[in-house]
Design a protein around this ligand. Structure first.
Ligand code: ADP
Ligand code: MG
Length: 339
């Protein structure tokens, strides 16, 4: 029985943009946006996940759409706890009826305080976990992409998420040096909104900006320039309007955000002990997280650091996979709760 229930333990990636659940023995069983829609009058939760996300920028006055961890910290703890419980319960239904309470390895944004982390662990237990073990995000990401984290060799991981970019150098099962900045995917979306407002007097929503970024966004100029249409509200006439925008313009809009990420990588390299820096030169820097899907971000980081840069195959899943793989090493996390 205990061996059977062991295979039903869970890993959770509580990300600023997406929450994923990994079920041991099955893999990633749930991917949902970290979004909650709340009724402002009654306080009732109207929707969680994708259905709440579809409401962004489209709500009537009484409904509020919240991204409780938007900036990498828990801006709204109660809502985070409600969301986490909702997802955990949903994932638990995918487990065997006979499985006991699961152990849960949970990855939370690195900006959160000890008190907030404690609170997330309590919420996890309230949702039915036997025990919950926190894991540092870059460490989970590194495990997830298959870096040799336990070996005496330096690995560098750069996880570009929604709210934060985490850069870390890992060796011998621990984080040697790391940096977390609040420049990532959300910031890029905001930069696109600002750019279009300034250049075209056109107001567009966050969601539209995000799809432009995903569609034609690039960290440096594309060999073949691309264009797309955007709809928004003309600030002069107040009426809806459609314009065409080029990938080169989006590259310009994203320049500062990309530079901040490059700088975070460089600053982390400067703090890296020489032996480990040499390992990273050999093995390369590994990029993951949804933001790493931006075209040419690998090239720009490679050009500026003169180190090879590799993208991962499943950038949105690597942290969840890492929490899942680390279920096998749970004793390590019990002994070193803060890796
Ligand atoms: P988090 O771990 O913070 O929840 P994710 O790793 O799930 O974040 O990544 C979400 C971010 O990735 C969002 O900002 C999203 O816009 C961005 N993203 C997803 N696909 C692409 C793409 N093709 N190009 C650029 N950014 C992308
Ligand atoms: Mg993440």
């Amino acid at each position: 029985m205990s061996r059977f229930s062991l295979s039903q333990d869970l890993g959770i990636d509580l990300g600023t943009a997406n929450t994923l659940v990994f079920l041991r023995g099955k893999g990633v069983v749930m991917r949902e946006p970290s979004v909650v829609a709340k009724n402002k009058r009654t306080g009732d939760i109207e929707a969680v996940g994708s259905s709440a996300r579809n409401m962004i920028g489209r709500t009537p006055g009484n409904i509020e759409v919240i991204r409780p961890m938007k900036d990498g910290v828990i801006a709204d703890y109660d809502t985070t706890a409600v969301m986490m419980k909702y997802y955990l319960k949903k994932a638990m239904r995918k487990r065997s009826f006979f499985a006991g309470k699961p152990k849960v390895v949970i990855c939370v944004p690195s900006g959160i305080t000890m008190v907030e982390e404690r609170a997330v662990i309590d919420a996890t237990k309230q949702a039915g976990a036997k025990d919950a073990y926190p894991i540092a995000e870059p460490f989970a990401a590194a495990i997830g992409v298959g870096l040799p984290v336990w070996e005496p060799t330096g690995s560098m991981i750069v996880d570009i998420g929604g709210g934060t970019t985490e850069v870390a150098v890992i060796s011998l099962g621990g984080i040697v040096t790391s940096r977390s900045i609040r420049t990532a995917g959300d910031n890029m979306d905001e930069a696109i909104v600002q750019y279009i407002r300034k250049e075209y007097n056109l107001l567009i929503g966050e969601r539209s900006a995000e799809s432009i970024k995903q569609d034609i966004g690039s960290a440096s100029v594309l060999d073949e320039e691309r264009t797309t249409e955007i709809r928004g509200r003309d600030l002069l006439s107040g009426l809806p309007k459609t314009i065409e925008i080029t990938s080169n313009e989006i590259t310009k809009a994203l320049q500062d955000a990309v530079q901040n990420i490059v700088n975070a990588v460089k600053e982390t390299l400067e703090k890296t002990p020489p032996e480990l820096a040499a390992d990273i030169m050999d093995r390369g820097i590994v990029l993951t997280g949804g933001g790493s899907m931006l075209h040419h971000i690998d090239q720009v980081i490679g050009d500026e650091t003169k180190i090879p840069v590799l993208k991962t195959e499943h950038p949105l899943d690597s942290v969840a996979i890492g929490t899942g793989k680390s279920l096998e090493n749970i004793e390590h996390f019990q002994k070193n709760p803060n890796v």
